[in-house]
Design a protein. Structure first.
Length: 227
C-alpha cells in the first residue's frame, strides 16, 4: 500500500495518473495548500521541501519519497511498466521527463503566478512566462509530428508533460496551430487511468472553464504566492 499526499495540481496529478495507470493500491491524504499544511512538521518529515506530492511506500519499509519526477521514476521501476529497462529507451523517457521538470512545469507555474494569482499584474513577467511556455509547446509539437508518444512508447514522460500542458488555458498560453500537440493531448485522455487520475483528490475540471470559480480560486491562492 502506498500513502499518497497530494493536492489538485498538475504535479499532484502526475503521480495520481501514474498510480492509476499502474493500477496500484494507494490511499489519498489531502494536503490543504491554502491552510499551509505542506509546512507542518509531520509533512516536512516526508517532504523536506514542503511541497506536494509525496508518497510513503508501506511495502518498502515505509520508504518516503518527495518530488513528483522522482516518485514517477520509482513507481515505474517498481512496477516494470511505463519506462523501459533498456538503457537507451530509458534515457529517452528520462530526457522528456526532465524536459517537463526543468522547462514546462517551472515556466507554466510562473505563468500561473503572474497571470492568475499575483494581485499586481506585471505584464512583462506575464509575457515572459507565457511566451516561454508557448515556445516549449512548439518543441513538443515539432517532436510529436513524427512520434505518437514522446519517448517511442507511452510512458511517464507523456504523463508528466500532459498533466501540465492540458492546463494551458489556466496559464494563458496559446495553443493555436499546434495540431500535433492537440492530437497528443486528446489521445492522452484515452489512456488508462488518465481521466480518473486528474480527479484525485477532487474533481476540479470545471474550474478551467468557469470564470467565476477561477477568480475565486485565484483570489484564495494569493495567500500562497505572498509567503
Amino acid at each position: 500500500m502506498i500513502d499518497f499526499y497530494t493536492a489538485p495540481t498538475p504535479n499532484g496529478h502526475k503521480v495520481s495518473c501514474t498510480l492509476e495507470a499502474l493500477n496500484m493500491d494507494y490511499k489519498v491524504h489531502v494536503v490543504n495548500l491554502m491552510e499551509n499544511e505542506q509546512k507542518k512538521p509531520d509533512f516536512l518529515k516526508i517532504s523536506p521541501n514542503g511541497r506536494i506530492p509525496a508518497i510513503v511506500d508501506r511495502s518498502a519499509g515505509n520508504l518516503s519519497i518527495f518530488e513528483s519526477g522522482a516518485i514517477m521514476i520509482y513507481l515505474a521501476e517498481k512496477s516494470g511498466k511505463l519506462m523501459s529497462s533498456d538503457p537507451t529507451k530509458k534515457a529517452k523517457v528520462l530526457e522528456w521527463l526532465m524536459f517537463q521538470m526543468g522547462g514546462v512545469g517551472p515556466m507554466m507555474g510562473q505563468a500561473n503566478v503572474f497571470f492568475r494569482y499575483f494581485p499586481e499584474k506585471i505584464q512583462p513577467a506575464i509575457d515572459r512566462y507565457q511566451n516561454e511556455g508557448r515556445r516549449l509547446f512548439e518543441v513538443l509539437d515539432t517532436h510529436l509530428k513524427d512520434n505518437e508518444w514522446l519517448a517511442g512508447e507511452f510512458s511517464i514522460a507523456d504523463i508528466a508533460n500532459w498533466c501540465w500542458v492540458r492546463t494551458h488555458k489556466w496559464s494563458g498560453i496559446n495553443v493555436d496551430g499546434l495540431e500535433h500537440l492537440d492530437r497528443w493531448i486528446k489521445a492522452m485522455y484515452k489512456q488508462p487511468g488518465m481521466v480518473k487520475g486528474i480527479e484525485v483528490p477532487i474533481k476540479i475540471e470545471s474550474m478551467l472553464d468557469d470564470d467565476e470559480k477561477a477568480k475565486e480560486f485565484a483570489k484564495n491562492a494569493e495567500k500562497m504566492v505572498k509567503k
